[in-house]
Design a protein around this ligand. Structure first.
Ligand code: NCD
Length: 324
């Protein structure tokens, strides 16, 4: 969009594209969380809200999605707004006829006030934002790049539990190479002081070297470990992720590493503190045993998913200028 762009949001969300966690500064995060908390309280009390009455959001998802799509759609509708929804645009829209992303975006912005885009290509959200003349774009996942709104809900969940986002010890496990939620969340955590991050992944799915160097430069203490036995007992958060099958060229490579690290009740008993939380962006495909779900520390089906809706309610309202 050819409006004035800010490198950091500085609490001014109105009309801004949300493409990367790098746009956020600490005051903007807290500003968002404050609004998310209010909206959460209202929603939990059953209050009907009409903050987005008269607004239309276009959701266009070129990759499968349950939670991101569902929570965005629900967030908008709960605030009295309406949605224009394209799932599988490669078969249901003019994309099937060969239309470019740019032309599809320019079409959708004629019908809507904001566009929420998921796309398999890293950088696609930025490309869409450059193409859009009138409306902001929200990145709902661009390939192996970023997934900023997931990181926002993850940080909200951590903040809700610990009351802080600094001085934390966090274990990331799984596909740190391809997991876009990991890439965004590490960006967010690097805004805060004194965070120690343990990285547990198969050798071929390590956090990319450039990213590692970047986060270290920003002050994160990163410690790579190679075995579940090396998990520190004082971690506040375990952030488990699935191995991203769709990013593999060779499926036999995926088969070899897909279940390298699995959370079991036994692993929790051995390595997890009583105060920690176990998070997962979902979907899980075997890397957390279902027998762990009943453990109160496992927040992925408790607070984490719902928080996604509240954070997205706040983000869209701010971006559309309906909240200040
Ligand atoms: C994640 C994604 O799509 O990046 N899911 C989500 O949005 N909650 C994680 C994943 O697919 O593994």
């Amino acid at each position: 969009m050819p409006t004035q762009k800010k490198t950091t949001l500085q609490k001014k969300f109105k009309s801004q594209d949300i493409l990367s966690l790098d746009q956020f500064d600490v005051p903007s995060l807290y500003h968002l969380f404050k609004h998310a908390k209010h909206l959460q309280t209202f929603t939990e009390r059953g209050k009907v809200l009409d903050i987005l009455k008269g607004s239309i959001a276009a959701l266009i998802f070129y990759e499968p999605s349950s939670r991101t799509f569902g929570s965005f759609a629900s967030a908008i509708k709960r605030l009295g707004g309406q949605t224009l929804e394209f799932q599988n645009p490669t078969s249901t829209s003019s994309v099937a006829k060969g239309e470019t992303l740019e032309d599809t975006i320019r079409t959708l912005e004629s019908y809507s006030d904001i566009i929420i885009l998921r796309h398999p290509e890293k950088g696609a959200a930025k490309k869409a934002a450059e193409a859009a003349f009138f409306v902001p774009i929200i990145n709902a996942g661009d390939g192996v790049g970023e997934h900023p709104t997931q990181a926002l809900l993850d940080m909200y969940t951590i903040y809700e539990k610990f009351g802080r986002l600094d001085n934390l010890t966090i274990l990331f496990a799984g596909d740190l190479l391809n997991g876009r939620t990991v890439h965004s969340l590490l960006r967010g955590l690097s805004l805060f002081e004194n965070n120690t991050i343990y990285l547990l992944s198969p050798q071929i799915l390590k956090l990319p070297k450039e990213e590692k160097a970047l986060f270290e430069k920003r002050g994160l203490k990163l410690i790579e470990i190679h075995n579940s036995q090396d998990i520190p007992k004082n971690a506040d958060v375990w952030y488990w992720t699935r191995v991203q099958k769709e990013r593999f060229k060779n499926l036999s490579d995926y088969e070899k590493v897909k279940h390298s690290f699995i959370v079991t009740p036994n692993l929790l008993r051995e390595k997890a503190s009583q105060k920690m939380i176990l998070m997962h962006p979902l979907p899980r495909v075997g890397e957390i045993e279902t027998s762990v779900d009943g453990d109160k520390r496992a927040v992925y089906f408790r607070s984490q998913i719902k928080n996604g809706m509240y954070v997205r309610m706040a983000l869209i309202s701010l971006t559309l200028g309906k909240l200040k």
